[in-house]
Design a protein around this ligand. Structure first.
Ligand SMILES: Cc1cc2nc3c(=O)[nH]c(=O)nc-3n(C[C@H](O)[C@H](O)[C@H](O)COP(=O)(O)O)c2cc1C
Length: 214
């Protein structure tokens, strides 16, 4: 299990801010990025569908492909981050679902009856679902994993900026993916903050404006 550098949860969560200027010379090892994605995927997902897909762009060639479709105001993050993690929703995730639950049964995590109930209840929902529902579910799943990734980065002393300012119609193809199956959710710039740059600390609405009890 990862030993996080910062185990002060209040600091990790409450002091997270989008960072848009990174230390350009700082590289994050691919094994670390892999661990970060693995940890992000402990996120909950609808019926445990895990309809997320990550493309980690940490090469000049990959960044150049993103540059073609990123809005110019997002170029500083792209140019300076250690990696740009592009998150997609996988609208075909349900096709692996049977194997996942079968594996859980074989590991004796669930009984045969539970396996049959799950496959008989949830799988048909997805098999019959239209693209709109599959897309909506996949976007929620991937968004939860995205938030976990950003907090994981904080706990490692890194910073992030979630980004949706790009031509979403071109993202899947730019990353070599099937654009019918994979829906772009967001990209996340990750790296060491450039301490010489003053970053904005954004204001939130008063909780009273966004909260109701019934
Ligand atoms: C889905 C999403 C898309 C975003 N897209 C961009 C973007 O394209 N460029 C950018 O600089 N920040 C982007 N942001 C960051 C927001 O501007 C930022 O989260 C918000 O202003 C609150 O600031 P904070 O992250 O520092 O708390 C995005 C955030 C989210 C959640």
């Amino acid at each position: 299990m990862t030993e996080f550098k910062n185990d002060d949860f209040a600091n990790v969560m409450l002091d997270r801010h989008s960072v848009r200027h990174f230390d350009k010379g700082y590289k994050i090892d691919r094994s670390v990025l892999t661990d970060m994605v693995k940890e992000a995927t402990t996120a909950p997902s609808s019926c445990n569908l895990q309809a997320w897909h990550f493309v980690v762009v940490d090469t000049d060639e990959g960044k150049e492909k993103l540059r073609q479709i990123f809005m110019p105001f997002n170029h500083p993050q792209l140019d300076t981050c250690s990696a740009m993690v592009v998150l997609f929703g996988d609208t075909d995730a349900f096709k692996k679902y049977r194997d996942l639950w079968q594996g859980m049964y074989e590991e004796k995590k669930i009984t045969k009856e539970r396996l049959e109930t799950i496959l008989g209840t949830f799988l048909p929902i997805y098999e019959k679902a239209d693209k709109t529902l599959l897309t909506a579910d996949a976007m929620v799943d991937a968004s939860l994993a995205a938030m976990q990734f950003m907090l994981d980065a904080r706990a490692r002393g890194l910073a992030t900026n979630p980004i949706a300012g790009y031509d979403a119609t071109k993202m899947a193809l730019a990353m070599g993916l099937d654009p019918v199956r994979y829906v772009p959710v967001m990209a996340i710039a990750v790296g060491k903050p450039d301490e010489s740059q003053k970053e904005l600390v954004s204001t939130r609405y008063d909780v009273k404006d966004v909260l109701e009890f019934r």
